[in-house]
Design a protein around this ligand. Sequence first.
Ligand code: ARG
Length: 291
Amino acid sequence: MSGPADVPTRTVKELSLSRPPRSATPRRYLMCPPAHFQVTYSINPWMDPTKPVDLKLALAQWGDLRDRYRSLGHTVHELDPRPGLPDMVFAANGATVVGGRVLGARFAYRQREPEAEAHLEWFRSHGYSEIRTPEHVNEGEGDFVVTSSYILAGRGFRASPLSHGEAQEFFERPVIGLDLVDPRFYHLDTALAALDDAADEIMYYPGAFSPGSQMVLRRLFPDALAVSEADALAWGLNSVSDGRHVLLPQGAVGLFEPLRERGYEPIGMDLGEMLKAGGSVKCCTLELRDE
Ligand code: ARG
């Protein structure tokens, strides 16, 4: 509802000036070094096996991301990379962890199938007892984005819609299904990101979603940051926020100012090599929400 015509509405800038500074909360992440990273097959429109990958550079870029998390006070655990699994660097796809419960992954393509078991083994040997081996295809946080009130769940390219009910039952949280319609944004985490997971603040690129799902997002998140196609194509939504710092691909230049206006501190990262496989900051990072 808009106010009386003579009452000026406040801009986002003014609102952010009156808001207390954003605060970061310490996080635990699981990452997997790209020791065997390669592009040998193509399972998304970004992957071109004829384009060479610079492994040394990939390892350095990945190391910068890990070190940046640690310098911000976060804990990073490392999963042992396995030969023959070139996409294993994208640790976000290996599981979903909410409230200490672990829902394992089940990959859509056979090339990545064995990654699921590698993740399950890691969780078993690190003290997790509530672990579910999934019945339906889900690629972990690729298609599940956790906010304070919901688990947002993508479908259309990878996750089976049936995985949404499975996640809802297991985590006992409302799961909101969202239809992805643009193959360039084949996982939810390429088109939508949680900014403040304690306050249901998100950003997303509307064009990646069906009209009905766009309306659902507008209803649930009226204050969301809408992201342009250019910034979405620069992978700006494949970002990780700790509530204050937002680590995102450095090429998403149009996102830095809007994030600052909302009180966030954007940190540009270069994950150019991982981009050749269709992944960036968020894909490399699985959050362990242990509570
Ligand atoms: N090459 C990988 C695949 O297509 C990239 C995965 C990216 N991960 C993500 N969370 N979006 O499966």
